[in-house]
Write a protein that binds this ligand. Structure first.
Ligand SMILES: *[C@@H]1O[C@H](CO)[C@@H](O)[C@H](O)[C@H]1NC(C)=O
Ligand SMILES: *[C@@H]1O[C@H](CO)[C@@H](O)[C@H](O)[C@H]1NC(C)=O
Ligand SMILES: *[C@@H]1O[C@H](CO)[C@@H](O)[C@H](O)[C@H]1NC(C)=O
Ligand SMILES: *[C@@H]1O[C@H](CO)[C@@H](O)[C@H](O)[C@H]1NC(C)=O
Ligand SMILES: *[C@@H]1O[C@H](CO)[C@@H](O)[C@H](O)[C@H]1NC(C)=O
Ligand SMILES: *[C@@H]1O[C@H](CO)[C@@H](O)[C@H](O)[C@H]1NC(C)=O
Length: 521
């Protein structure tokens, strides 16, 4: 006997196809793929209402007026202890937009382009583009010009947008400026133009996003609160001078090695600051009256950006996209407002490396989840990809210059689904200075930093035996990092353990986690 295998008749084939089509279409319309609104703000430290408390070591006074970001935080996974991998624009942005650390991107400055010096990596927006999304960017997402080959063309499906911002950058002769309504009418501020464009773009993208035909990845990069602090005048009124205080620690840490210091040249370049004739030397800082003005202007600029974020969120609601759009908000790194006597970023201290991060995932974070687990900015990319159900990124091998998609971070989604305490209990950052590379590890209690001599191209490796400085800050008793206790005898054992952890590095994840729990640091 022979078995006869018959293929279905043409009629049945048609019927089958039709049924499949119906099932597929229903699935698409029942759960369209989620859109992404990716917001990044320049030089914004976690000085938001949502961050007050022990995880923001500099006391927040005055009460910050950041209603919109606070509301977003209350519907998000709010990461209260997120650390950037290098505290300046391009290295940090390149790192979190490729999910690789500076020693892999080889971007340590504001000029190098990762596709030239690191590898042809698939960026976060490009990943969505490859998955059929409309990807569109505006303002400062990548660091502009040569640092990104002009906003990294492979990342976007639609033309990139820049506001006309010249007038406000060329009046940069002053470190801060409150623009009058009249001036803004004549020349809208760059970030106001960006939001206007973003709203227009959302309206354009909404129909296809809602029908499930073409979801979007919309990246909005705000320029403020970067220097010069230029903002609409009305925001100044939110912060009366009587409510502005000096930083509690306007001096360099005791026993700080000189290599750890940044001379805040970026601030001293502005004419009003240059006139003060500051040296930028260790343990000198900006005079108190100017410090108060700068702090007030910074807070105003933060509230200004908050209001623009509010405009974006309101439009998303209005278009009926709020429930189908993942929103992430980050600052690209922190900022010293006179704490440790320091200004700007460019250090390995808490104030420079700690930045805001919140991720709103409809259906998963609606009631808000606050996590004080240590997280790193390289974790952002795999988290957003997983939240959009576009897969899990493989971990990059040691040599990954030829691999387009991989991660040197880990997804943060476990922080949503469980009260997961055994996540990676460390965060690494680095800062290059004077031929050395300051490597720092933050554990739940300590910050430990070494400044080894660094071999750059083509090796990109530290020489751990040649150190220009060592720092240890014990956050349990010194959350402001005022005392380097690396040489104190009672910390000798801790130091040798943290040294081992720093040299072990993030890559040996199982080993470093085991050591951290074993040593209880
Ligand atoms: C970089 O990768 C993209 C695909 O992601 C490819 O189209 C392009 O040709 C590559 N460029 C180089 C210089 O290898
Ligand atoms: C800076 O000044 C403070 C306060 O006077 C002092 O305690 C500290 O040792 C100084 N730090 C350095 C690195 O000189
Ligand atoms: C700490 O000790 C090392 C080695 O003895 C020495 O080179 C360094 O100057 C000391 N640093 C401080 C801040 O005392
Ligand atoms: C920079 O390095 C040179 C040579 O290694 C050294 O002489 C100089 O003191 C260093 N400068 C700082 C600020 O550490
Ligand atoms: C700060 O005070 C100094 C002297 O007390 C004064 O010369 C200067 O104009 C003041 N600067 C500002 C911005 O208020
Ligand atoms: C999560 O765990 C921490 C530490 O064990 C505990 O303090 C906290 O209440 C827990 N949160 C929830 C939502 O269970």
């Amino acid at each position: 006997m022979s078995t006869i295998t018959r293929s279905p008749s043409p009629f049945f084939r048609c019927l089958l196809f039709f049924l499949l089509l119906m099932v597929c279409c229903r699935r698409i319309s029942a759960s369209p793929r989620k859109n992404v609104l990716f917001i990044v703000s320049d030089d914004m430290r976690p000085q938001l209402g949502a961050y007050s408390g022990p995880n923001f070591p500099s006391p927040i006074h005055p009460q910050m007026i950041t209603r919109n970001l606070d509301r977003l935080a209350s519907e998000s996974l709010l990461l209260t202890r997120a650390y950037v991998q290098q505290a300046t624009c391009s290295p940090s942005r390149t790192s979190f937009l490729t999910s690789r650390r500076p020693d892999t991107t080889h971007v340590y400055d504001l000029k190098s382009y990762f596709r030239k010096v690191g590898g042809n990596f698939t960026t976060l927006p490009q990943y969505f583009k490859k998955h059929g999304y409309e990807s569109v960017g505006m303002g400062k997402v990548f660091h502009p010009r040569e640092a990104s080959g002009g906003d990294d063309p492979p990342s976007w499906t639609l033309p990139y947008y820049h506001p006309s911002n010249k007038p406000y950058w060329t009046t940069t002769k002053r470190s801060w400026y409150a623009a009058t309504p009249h001036e803004r009418k004549k020349r809208p501020l760059p970030d106001e133009q960006i939001v206007k464009h973003a709203v227009k773009m959302l309206r354009k993208l909404a129909p296809k996003a809602k029908s499930g035909q073409k979801p979007f990845f919309l990246a909005v990069g705000f320029y403020k609160p970067h220097l010069p602090f230029v903002f609409p005048e009305e925001f100044l009124a939110m912060y009366p001078p009587s409510e502005i205080h000096l930083p509690p620690n306007p001096y360099a840490p005791e026993n700080m090695p000189s290599i750890a210091w940044c001379d805040y040249g970026e601030l001293r370049d502005y004419d009003d600051i240059a006139r003060l004739g500051l040296s930028g030397d260790i343990n000198t800082t900006v005079p108190s009256n100017v410090t108060l003005d700068l702090r007030r202007a910074y807070y105003s600029a933060v509230s200004y950006i908050d209001s623009l974020v509010g405009t974006l969120l309101a439009e998303l609601d209005h278009l009926g996209l709020a429930q189908s759009t993942i929103i992430s908000f980050v600052g690209d790194h922190g900022w010293h407002l006179g704490e440790n006597g320091e200004w700007t970023k460019h250090t390995n201290f808490e104030q420079a490396t700690h930045a805001p991060m919140m991720i709103r995932i409809p259906g998963l974070t609606d009631h808000g989840i606050v996590s004080d687990q240590l997280v790193e900015f390289v974790d952002l990319y795999p988290t957003i990809v997983e939240a959009a159900m576009l897969g899990t990124l493989p971990v990059c091998p040691e040599e990954s210059s030829h691999i387009e998609v991989c991660t040197e971070g880990t997804s943060l989604l476990p922080l949503i689904s469980s009260n997961y305490t055994e996540r990676k209990p460390y965060a690494f950052s680095q800062w290059p200075r004077n031929g050395t590379m300051g490597y720092t590890i933050r554990t739940s209690r300590y910050r430990y930093t070494e400044w080894p001599k660094f071999r750059s191209y083509p090796v990109y490796k530290p020489i751990w035996s040649a150190l220009a400085g060592v720092e240890l800050y014990d956050h349990q008793i010194d959350p402001e990092e005022n005392r380097n206790v690396a040489n104190a005898t009672q910390y000798a054992t801790i130091c040798s353990k943290l040294k081992l952890l720093l040299h072990t590095g993030w890559r040996d994840q199982q080993n470093i986690q085991r050591l951290i729990f074993k040593y209880n640091v």
